[in-house]
Design a protein around this ligand. Structure first.
Ligand code: ATP
Ligand code: MG
Length: 308
């Protein structure tokens, strides 16, 4: 990683672009199918940096694919939006380069407007809230928790999925039920906890703590809940090294913490149009690669790409 040029935008004539998220470009393949393309864009504090991290998109796509294959074996009955890593036949050879290894075709679904966050350990915004009010997303917590300590059991802490430019808002699970309805809220919470628990146990055997993560779910024509978006990547999760873990302090994580710390130090937090220096790009790339290799047990250089 961090070799080559970052691809921070994609342009296709063959398919209509239906959305551009902070990281992904979404194209319509047909009425039931999307081409889900992970660019090398990186955002921190909800702002996209002006340069990217070379190969970050392929890494996110390959790591999500790894989980899309593994998770249904750990959580029987799980449905996911993953269809294939192959590109749709409409793409002409001249436009393949920008998509290669970073794209998957997925089922096009109605996405629930909540982020299903599960926390195994108290950190980040949850730790800040706890220090203020001894609650996490409004849920009362026992006294005496130290920073980074595990919760007695994984905690489901949803947030709203804000429109572009707005910040997501932490909400109490009862608020989520008002947004998506009781029945779906219960199914989403149960699934999110099951997925987190299975992934946490899998990662722990490989020396990685999944401190928290965010899932998104959609619903298909049959009314079934389906796991969508990216899954258990450094963009959507906090991964910590087990051998360096210590309660009572902030942990060094595999994710964007390095970038966030640099932004804060330089007084650039929340500013638009920030360009990351080479050392931040390199270090961030190194952390992403470490996460990929730790979780999959495969070398990033040898990542098998372009097949189902
Ligand atoms: P947003 O687009 O809300 O700002 P983001 O910046 O995290 O979120 P990206 O990750 O760049 O967005 O883009 C992915 C977008 O695609 C998200 O809005 C996500 O909800 C949506 N999405 C994921 N899976 C599906 C799917 N199967 N069908 C339709 N939309 C999906
Ligand atoms: Mg996203």
């Amino acid at each position: 990683m961090a070799e080559g040029t970052a691809i921070t935008s994609t342009t296709l004539n063959a398919l209509p672009k239906i959305a551009e998220g902070k990281v992904r470009d979404l194209y319509e393949v047909d009425s039931n199918t999307l081409l889900f393309v992970a660019s090398d864009r990186i955002s921190a504090y909800d702002v996209i940096m002006s340069n990217g991290i070379p190969s970050k998109g392929p890494l996110l796509t390959q790591l999500s694919t790894f989980w899309f294959h593994l998770l249904p074996t750990l959580v029987p009955g799980l449905r996911t939006h993953f269809l294939t890593l192959s590109l749709p036949s409409q793409i002409p050879p001249s436009q393949i380069g920008q998509l290669e290894n970073r794209s998957m075709q997925v089922r096009r679904l109605k996405v629930f407007p909540i982020e299903a966050i599960v926390r195994g350990y108290i950190t980040g915004s949850a730790w800040k809230e706890y220090q203020r009010s001894q609650t996490v997303h409004g849920i009362p917590m026992p006294a005496g928790l130290l920073e980074s300590s595990p919760f007695p059991q994984p905690l489901y802490t949803p947030s709203t999925k804000a429109e572009a430019g707005q910040n997501d808002e932490n909400i109490h699970p009862s608020e989520a039920a008002k947004i998506v309805g009781e029945e779906y809220a219960t199914q989403i919470e149960d699934l999110a906890i099951k997925l987190y628990t299975a992934a946490r146990d899998y990662a722990a055997e490989r020396g990685i703590i999944i401190a928290d993560t965010k899932f998104e779910f959609g619903v298909d024509e049959a009314g079934d809940v389906v796991l969508v978006d990216e899954v258990l990547t450094p963009d959507s999760s906090r991964f910590w090294r087990k051998d360096r873990y210590e309660v009572g302090r902030e942990q060094e994580s595999f994710d964007k913490q390095f970038l966030r710390n640099w932004l804060v130090r330089e007084g650039l937090k929340g500013k638009q149009g920030v360009s990351m220096p080479e050392e931040v790009v390199k270090e961030t790339a190194r952390k992403y690669k470490e996460a990929y290799e730790g979780l999959t047990g495969a070398k990033w250089e040898n990542a098998v790409t372009g097949k189902d």
